[in-house]
Ligand binder design. Structure first.
Ligand SMILES: [Zn+2]
Length: 483
């Protein structure tokens, strides 16, 4: 029997603030690997009796509003905080401060492109909340790290509009790009800056009512999400085909064995006993606050991707590489503003040379704004190659020299004597090469064109790669034929 899959996502994003949501503790542990456990904590975030939350971190609200505004959610002029009560070792207060009744924003949508097709997924709502801590069992001992307690989160909840694991994966990929483009989160999934829960159900056809959904919790990689959702779809189909019923449970994905661990029956709303957090006043958000938070909103990545494919005629896979990081796409566009040649040439150089240099562990920089080859220098280098001032073969070498010295392409060409030889000098070199290798010349004159490459190679070696290979070829043929 065939089934339709229905997926809704809940994505938790750690907002990039210096301090926590309701206290002054540092959020450093969310971004740095070596922070010792329980280093950035205080009586507020560890829930000591009698303490009160501080007024909400303004920066966190600003970042959440920036995100809401970028994805066209309607931001409520007033939103409230509630207590979500549950018992777990990493939640010292016994409740999480979240927004339940009146969340920050409702609606909105996210566009993305999957297999060349435009997709739009609607959002249900978006709310602010505090992160719980972390716990793990090690050597039979339950260990709790409260550094994460109170780190600001925004949670976005989609409508159940996704229809496959690959669609869900593409959605999260795009969402991660968006939060990074906006500067609201680092979006590092491995560090837990972005985690998602997937609600999965199946039904015989799209006209049937929704099936019972299960929830796969805490997926911190896009591949885990895709694997886990596919695994769960198969499991549900097996259960239904065997005449069973789907229970509303939560599932923890174990990537080691590529299997879900079915855990507790899921709590219902009532189990959380939500009520208004009495120690916090509502968050009032004015039009002016929204305008400030939304200043300089960038073009979102999916739109940029579409533009590159349509306007610049860059292939979809190359375009994805260029837009993935905002700083790389910005750099590419700066090159285009100055460079007078073909867009494709600039795109290829950014993809091949610039990205390779950024990913090279040997280099001391890993951000594009630290790259000694600025957009101006790259445009200059490409223009010099196009104008024949230097051969194409020398391009990568000069690129590397810029990285090593920080000097401009023109300076390097002058100082290293990399200009191509004058034609007279080139002819002299060619004649010498022909004179030194009569055997190869004989074979060429007998009609073996393949040996020409060997002669070209010798000339290029003599000129230390400075000569234009095409020109060498023409002159070689001319001189060899005239012998
Ligand atoms: Zn604290």
């Amino acid at each position: 029997m065939n089934y339709e899959t229905v997926i809704g996502l809940e994505i938790h994003v750690q907002l990039k603030t210096q301090s926590k949501l309701f206290c002054g503790c540092s959020t450093r542990s969310a971004y740095e690997r070596d922070v010792p456990p329980n280093r950035h904590i205080c009586p507020i975030c560890t829930g000591h009796p009698g303490v009160l939350p501080r007024p909400i971190n303004r920066k966190a609200v600003e970042l959440a509003v920036r995100l809401a505004s970028a994805v066209r959610s309607s931001i409520h002029p007033e939103s409230d905080f509630d207590r979500k009560n549950y018992f777990y070792a990493d939640l010292p207060k016994g409740y999480q401060i979240t927004q339940h009744g009146k969340p920050l924003a409702e609606g909105g949508f996210i566009d993305f492109i999957l297999d060349g097709i435009d997709q739009r997924i609607d959002l249900n709502h978006m709310h602010l909340e505090e992160d719980p801590g972390k716990s793990k069992i090690e050597g039979g001992v339950w260990l709790v790290d409260m550094n994460r307690c109170g780190v600001p989160l925004v949670e976005i909840v989609t409508q159940p509009d996704l229809r496959s694991a690959s669609e869900a994966a593409a959605f999260v990929t795009e969402f991660r790009r968006i939060v990074r483009y906006l500067g609201v989160s680092e979006g590092n999934m491995e560090m837990g800056n972005l985690r998602c829960d997937a609600n999965v159900s199946i039904r015989p056809s799209s006209s049937d009512p929704l099936g019972v959904k299960t929830e796969i919790k805490n997926l911190n990689s896009i591949r885990f999400l895709e694997d886990a959702v596919n695994w769960e779809i198969k499991r549900q189909i097996r259960v239904l085909n065997a005449g069973g019923v789907i229970k509303q449970i939560t599932i923890a994905w174990d990537d080691q064995v590529k299997e879900g661990q079915l855990s507790r029956e899921k709590e219902s709303e009532a189990d959380y006993r939500y009520f208004r957090e009495p120690n916090l006043i509502p968050v009032a958000i004015s039009e002016a606050f929204i305008a400030d938070a939304s200043i300089d909103l960038p073009e979102l990545p999916a739109r940029r991707l579409r533009r590159y494919i349509r306007e610049h005629e860059i292939s979809p896979s190359d375009a994805v590489t260029l837009i993935d990081e905002r700083s790389v796409a910005d750099y590419f566009e700066s090159v285009l503003m100055i460079y007078s040649g073909a867009t494709k040439r600039a795109a290829d150089w950014v993809r091949n040379h610039v990205l390779r240099a950024l990913n090279d562990p040997e280099n001391a920089f890993n951000q594009i704004n630290e790259l000694p080859v600025t957009a101006e220098y790259l445009a200059e280098l490409l223009d010099l190659m196009d104008a024949g001032v230097i051969s194409d073969a020398l391009g990568p070498q000069i690129f590397q020299k810029i990285i090593e010295t920080g000097r401009s392409p023109k300076q390097i060409i002058e100082q290293e004597g990399l200009r191509p030889p004058e034609e007279d000098d080139l002819i002299q070199i060619i004649d010498q090469v022909l004179a030194d290798d009569p055997e190869t010349v004989r074979r060429y004159r007998e009609g073996n064109d393949k040996v020409l490459n060997r002669l070209i190679g010798q000339v290029m070696k003599q000129t230390r790669g400075r000569a234009d290979a095409q020109k060498v070829r023409c002159l070689l043929i001319e001189r060899a034929d005239a012998l």
